[in-house]
Design a protein around this ligand. Structure first.
Ligand SMILES: O=C([O-])CC(=O)C(=O)O
Ligand SMILES: [Mg+2]
Length: 225
């Protein structure tokens, strides 16, 4: 894990999201939640895009996993289609390759096996219907569009993916240094608020003292309320 990833990994996605709000950039990936694994995962995105095939057209399972560098987070754009593009065989290879985790804008299967492996996966949910002959891999390592309900983001190869129990945040590669600096300040401010309330200061006072709500002052871009 490189230095910026290690800093972000010390904080949660909430602090990273607040830092992106301050940068005026939407980063939260709507509609996906953790399916397996634990803790905070941070790593550069390795992107994969799937497209639907017409009925009757043969489409084999996608072979990309052997090319993913260790430490990466695989980000699979499957537009929430009702078929899977991730399962326990892929997860076992991912563990062996020391990948950080997988984010599927769609569904995964073999979830019990993936949980036994302890491999971190985020997805819209679990569903067992195969993607074979329903979707095919259309691109790897190109920008992809992900997110449900029209609340979408572009993820570019090498953007940092940070994910925990609250969901996934995408940090654009050119904002990593700024976000690392801001997230450290956001987390320090929250620790000061907590320290004050633990010694009896009313929360409203502690928030004013430490500028808790200033965090929203540049929240002007993107992200549904
Ligand atoms: O076809 C899939 O969705 C992947 C799969 O089951 C596996 O990796 O075990
Ligand atoms: Mg399987």
């Amino acid at each position: 894990m490189n230095a910026p990833s290690a800093v972000l990994a010390r904080h949660g996605t909430a602090a990273v999201s607040d830092a992106l709000d301050l940068a005026g950039t939407p980063g939260g990936l709507w509609g996906l939640s953790r399916q397996s694994g634990a803790g905070m995962v941070v790593g550069p995105a390795f992107t994969v895009r799937f497209e639907a095939v017409d009925p009757g057209v043969r489409a084999p399972a996608a072979d990309f996993i052997d090319d993913v560098p260790p430490g990466s987070v695989v980000v699979i754009a499957n537009e929430g289609r009702h078929c899977t593009v991730w399962g326990d065989i892929l997860a076992e290879v991912a563990v062996a390759r020391q990948l950080a985790g997988t984010v599927v804008d769609g569904y995964c299967r073999d979830l019990d096996g993936i949980r036994e492996l302890g491999y971190p996966v985020w997805a819209r949910g679990a569903f067992m219907r195969s993607g074979k002959n329903r979707v095919r891999m259309a691109a790897v390592q190109e920008p992809v569009t992900v997110g449900a309900d029209g609340d979408q983001l572009t993820v570019r190869p090498g953007d940092l993916v940070a994910a925990d129990g609250s969901g996934i945040v995408i940090v654009p590669a050119d904002l990593v240094d700024e976000v690392v600096e801001t997230v450290t300040r956001v987390a320090a401010m929250e620790q000061q608020v907590l320290a004050d309330v633990r010694t009896g200061t009313p929360l409203r006072t502690a928030r004013v003292t430490h500028g808790y709500n200033d965090i929203a002052r540049r929240l002007t871009v993107g992200g549904s309320p």
